[in-house]
Ligand binder design. Structure first.
Ligand SMILES: Cc1cc2nc3c(=O)[nH]c(=O)nc-3n(C[C@H](O)[C@H](O)[C@H](O)COP(=O)(O)OP(=O)(O)OC[C@H]3O[C@@H](n4cnc5c(N)ncnc54)[C@H](O)[C@@H]3O)c2cc1C
Length: 402
């Protein structure tokens, strides 16, 4: 019989991260949201307990059940969305290197994404551009190879990069053969201090404000051949297959996003659960018309729906995480389903939490307005709501819908 019971190891992992979220992240959430800055001292605390390093991340990825990543992310983001993303944003860059890099590249670049306990660093994954968000094929950033020098020159503009400009390592997606569309793209590492990479505009956001988001400009950025993830030989083979019309496994960026969708969904669930728990306690305490507001069915039924939706979304996330880890084919876009549902549930639940708190919910004296602002991003990044629908619709219809 299949079991939905978490193993003791999973429960310990969840409780460990929950403790950190509750003791360190939660108390600092409002402050860093207001400051709109990366909470470096909290990254350092996470590094101290070995929550922020590659070995730990690798152990989560290694879990054959696939559940470690969603469990950890739900707890971190239960603590706070912005700080959660400040801690976890590096993972996108690391995943890019891990999924496409050679063993030597992993050894060289992944530790540089994290730095060390005394001097923590962050990594950035730069795919989106001003004219290329959902439409990955519209990417314009070019990478041109100089075979005499074995080096690449990157030029273009990246948009919305989490940790863009403040990262030690930038993983940059660029076009190497414009005639091949998304199949003509490759990923490069831009090492620290490389001339020509600049970030002059930090974006002021609605939510996730403790997480740095910025435009990144690449003005003739020269990197050695060893910075092409996977290496030149593998790229040439892949381009040759694409030119001959053979089906490829998809670009490095798409693989990176595919790996991360259930994890991103679990972040949304963490925020949704935090808002639900807060609203539940508030509804038991708040008295109106001589009785706790939870005694009104409209309030208690809303809470019942919130709990049901959150649990349903979590099951979709866990299923997709398990499928991904065990190479079960996503025949109906199950990874996208999990993120689609979790994003919607987070936006809806946090909005309902504000409603349950009434005027208090609309004030910054309570965290639910921040949770709602943080939740909205889950309908947008890592593939918008509509792009998830498109992936699912294509999978179930077998048609190449646009
Ligand atoms: C806080 C934040 C952090 C981010 N971090 C990163 C990062 O670290 N790295 C990175 O590379 N990017 C990052 N992004 C970018 C993010 O992935 C994009 O914003 C997202 O992919 C959407 O692209 P877009 O903003 O260009 O919207 P658009 O693609 O312009 O979409 C606009 C609207 O049109 C809809 N739409 C577009 N095409 C279709 C279609 N075919 N059918 C139906 N509807 C469609 C979309 O769903 C959306 O509602 C981040 C964004 C934000 C806001």
């Amino acid at each position: 019989m299949p079991s939905f019971e978490l193993s003791e190891e999973h429960r310990d992992l969840r409780d460990w991260v929950h403790g950190f979220a509750s003791d360190v992240i939660r108390p600092a959430a409002a402050e860093w949201d207001e400051r709109e800055e990366t909470p470096w001292p909290i990254l350092q605390e996470a590094a101290k307990i070995e929550l922020y390093n590659f070995e730990t991340l690798a152990s989560f990825w290694g879990d054959e059940s696939g559940l470690s990543m969603p469990l950890v992310n739900e707890e971190l983001f239960w603590g706070d969305g912005g700080i959660g993303m400040a801690i976890f944003g590096t993972t996108l860059a690391v995943a890019g290197i891990f999924s496409s890099g050679t063993p030597d590249q992993m050894v060289e670049f992944i530790p540089q994404c994290y730095g060390d306990v005394d001097d923590p660093k962050v990594g950035a994954f730069c795919s989106s551009e001003p004219e290329s968000g959902s439409d990955v094929g519209a990417m314009r950033t070019r990478a041109v190879y100089d075979s005499a020098r074995d080096q690449w020159t990157l030029s273009g503009q990246k948009a919305w990069a989490t940790n863009g400009g403040i990262a030690n390592i930038h993983v940059v997606q660029a076009v190497v053969d414009p005639s091949l569309g998304t199949k003509g793209q490759a990923a490069f590492v831009v090492p620290p201090g490389t001339p020509g990479l600049e970030s002059t505009r930090k974006i002021k956001k609605m939510g996730l404000r403790a997480s740095h988001t910025a435009d990144v400009f690449l003005d003739d950025v020269v990197v050695p051949g060893s910075c092409l993830l996977g290496g030149k030989e593998k790229l040439d083979e892949r381009l040759a297959r694409a030119r001959s019309g053979e089906r490829s496994q998809g670009s490095a960026a798409m693989r990176t996003f595919e790996m991360s969708r259930p994890t991103v969904g679990s972040q949304a669930i963490g925020i949704a659960r935090a808002a639900y728990e807060y609203a539940l306690e508030y509804a038991k305490d708040r008295v109106a018309f001589g009785r706790p507001i939870i005694d009104n069915q409209s309030i208690s039924f809303t809470l019942a729906d919130m709990k049901t939706e959150i649990d349903a979304a979590r099951l979709l996330v866990w299923r997709a995480a398990w499928m991904g880890r065990n190479d079960v084919p996503f025949t109906a876009g199950e990874g996208s389903m999990s993120k689609l549902k979790a994003g919607r549930v987070a936006v809806w639940s946090t909005e309902r939490a504000i409603q349950i708190l009434g005027g208090a919910g609309y004030s910054r004296e309570h965290p639910v307005e921040r949770m709602h602002r943080d939740a909205k991003i889950y309908d947008i990044f890592e593939g918008t709501e509509q792009i998830q629908q498109l992936v699912i619709a294509r999978a179930i219809s077998g048609r190449h819908l646009a």
